[in-house]
Each structure stands twice: as C-alpha cells, then as structure tokens.
Design a protein around this ligand. Structure first.
Ligand code: MRU
Length: 344
C-alpha cells in the first residue's frame, strides 16, 4: 500500500523484529511499532495495534519465527508450543491467526533435531505465509474486479483493506484494482462501531487511492439500499466454514439480511487462510467478546450513560445462504462450494 507516497506493508520483519503499522493511531498519525518479543506481538494483536484477519495471521507467524531464534536448545519444541498458545489466545475469531501460526510451528518442528536449520526455516515459513497472503489478495482483486460496473454504489463494512492484510486487502483489493483499470464507482463506508475501522481506516485507504467515498453510520445502510444507492456489498471475513457460514465484523449479519431483502448482491472476499476446513457450520465459530468500555467510551471520553452496562461482541456470523458468493484467489464461488473448491 502507498501511504503519503511511500510503499508500506501492514506487517513485516526487519532485523529479526516484528514491525507493524500502528492501526490504533491512524488516520491521525502514521507510526510503526516494533515488537521484540512474542509477548509484545500477542499484546499488539489483542489491543488491535495490528488487526484484520490476514494481518494478525502474519503478525503471529512472524512472532513465532522471532521467538524460534532465541528459544533455548534444550527446550526448543516446548518453548515454541508455549508461544503458539500465547499467540493464539490473543484473539479467538479470525482463523488466519491459528492457520498461520500452526503453519510456521509445524514447518519449524519438521526440521528437528537440527535446531540451527529449524531457526532458519521458521523465518522462511513466516515470510512464505506473508508473501503468499499478499499475492493471494492481489489475485482476489483481479478476480473480483469483474463484479464492478461503472457508476455502481458499493457498500463495505469494517476495514478489509491493505491494513487488514499484509498488502492489497481483500474487499478493498477488488475496489483498488477495478479503480486502477478505469472503472468509476462510489463507495459507502460503514463507520463500523465501536472501533471505527470503517470511518478511520477504510476511508483513509480509499482517500490514499483517490477513490470517491462517503462515510455513513452503520444504521444508515438500510435506508441507502432502499433508495437504490447501493448496488453491491463487499466485505471481508474472519472465518469461513465448510457450509459457507462466515464470521465477520459485528454488523455484517444485519447488512446481509438487508442486502437479501433488497435483492442486492453481497460478496465476501478472503484468502485461503480465512477458511476453516475443520468448522462445518457457523454455530461452531468462537465469537470474541471485547471490553464493553469500547462501546461506552472513546479515546478516554465517556460517551454513554455512566453506570449502564454494555455488550461488545466483536463479530457476528452470517449464514452462507444470505450471500452471493466468495471472492477468492482461485476465483469466485457459490457460498456452499467455496471451502470445498479452495481445499481441493
Ligand atoms: O476486529 P478487526 O478489526 O480485526 O475485524 C476485522 C474484520 O472483521 C475484517 O472484515 C476481516 O478481518 C477481514 S480483513 C481482510
């Protein structure tokens, strides 16, 4: 992604450390965070310095690879297992974190007892995850751009952009590539309460690309649909099940119901790491509950009635039958067939 004219990835490894674009400070300040320990990586995932399913996958992969460099020789395997558990506990819903970390872990262990080689391979496995994830996101854009027609109004929710991935984005990769090939369209950006990933991050990315857009509050989407302003909805996902049910940022389910009621196509863009081949249906997806203060307070300021309780499920699950299809690096598939086509 290009920020102020300079090329960035959202997550990368430099001098043996894990580097992250600080997504909590954007769009007001551009800053990077350097993590030197796996504990710091886990904390950055938990507090959403790095966020978005593929991006936390890459951060976890690099975090484990980094810890393999200093893991004691006499306790190498068990040390790595403890780091895996620490990283996976940071956020439960996006399966990319589990898929990426276990990919690095299993690859690394397969070189034991040669610890020197295992350390080298840990880095290489993390780099492979990150670079193939970015390339997949580019391919998602190439496949998905065929869905975009001139003068469409397109709604997106949360941030499924380059910031949420290693590069390119998923939903935003589709928009980015369609725009770069000359298609003209307008993007409605859901604010995405409570953490404002839409109004802060998606709006920021679209502005960097020069793509026309307007921020709307989450509750405005239905009315925009009713007025025929929205012709297409594209979001990302955090976990996709075998039957096509998927988890994504809270509010996605409501949008899918609304899009279905208005006969508006709804596509979900995701790389292979977001598919959970061990999960048969949406009811089995663990939903992260975050601190209710994210709902009642913003940047240290109380917004809600003091003393009232609040709820903060960070994700919801949308049944596959409500959507039109999944945009993947291998093509666009119907909800119920996507996981099978991706796996085989
Ligand atoms: O809580 P977040 O900001 O990590 O949630 C992110 C989302 O729900 C995204 O839509 C999803 O990870 C897809 S990102 C390509």
């Amino acid at each position: 992604m290009i920020i102020s004219g300079k090329q960035y990835k959202s997550v990368w490894m430099q001098d043996g450390k894990v580097c992250l674009v600080d997504q909590n400070k954007l769009p007001f300040e551009f800053d990077t965070v350097i993590c030197s320990t796996s504990e710091e990586v886990a904390k950055a995932i938990q507090n959403m310095t790095v966020r978005g399913a593929p991006a936390i996958g890459a951060a976890g992969a690099y975090g484990l690879a980094m810890s393999a460099q200093s893991a004691p020789e006499d306790d190498f395997g068990s040390h790595l297992r403890r780091v895996v558990d620490l990283l996976l506990a940071a956020r439960p819903t996006a399966v990319d974190l589990r898929n990426a970390v276990l990919q690095v872990y299993e690859h690394t262990l397969s070189f034991l007892p040669d610890i020197t080689q295992a350390r080298v391979e840990a880095i290489s496995a993390a780099e492979t995850f990150a670079s193939s994830s970015a390339e997949e996101c580019r391919l998602i854009g190439e496949h998905g751009q065929s869905l975009i027609e001139d003068w469409m109004g397109i709604l997106t929710h949360c941030n499924a952009g380059a910031l949420a991935t290693v590069d390119w984005g998923t939903a935003l990769s589709v928009l980015r590539i369609a725009w770069s090939t000359g298609r003209k369209f307008f993007v409605y950006v859901d604010e995405t309460r409570p953490r404002l990933q839409g109004s802060r991050l998606t709006a920021f990315e679209l502005q960097q690309e020069g793509i026309p857009h307007a921020i709307i509050t989450d509750s405005m989407a239905g009315w925009m649909m009713r007025q025929n302003k929205i012709n297409l909805v594209i979001t990302g996902a955090d976990r996709i099940c075998l039957n096509g049910d998927f988890a994504n940022k809270i509010g996605t389910y409501s949008l899918a119901v609304l899009a279905h009621a208005h006969a508006i196509p709804f596509y979900v863009a995701a790389p292979i790491s977001t598919f959970d081949f061990s999960c048969s249906k949406g009811e089995d997806i663990p939903i992260e509950d975050r601190n209710p203060e994210e709902v009642t307070r913003l940047w240290g300021k109380q917004l809600a009635n003091p003393g009232s309780a609040a709820l903060n499920p960070a994700f919801d699950v949308t049944p596959g039958e409500l959507i039109s299809g999944f945009i993947t690096s291998k093509g666009i598939f119907k909800p119920q067939e996507a996981a099978h086509r991706i796996r085989d």
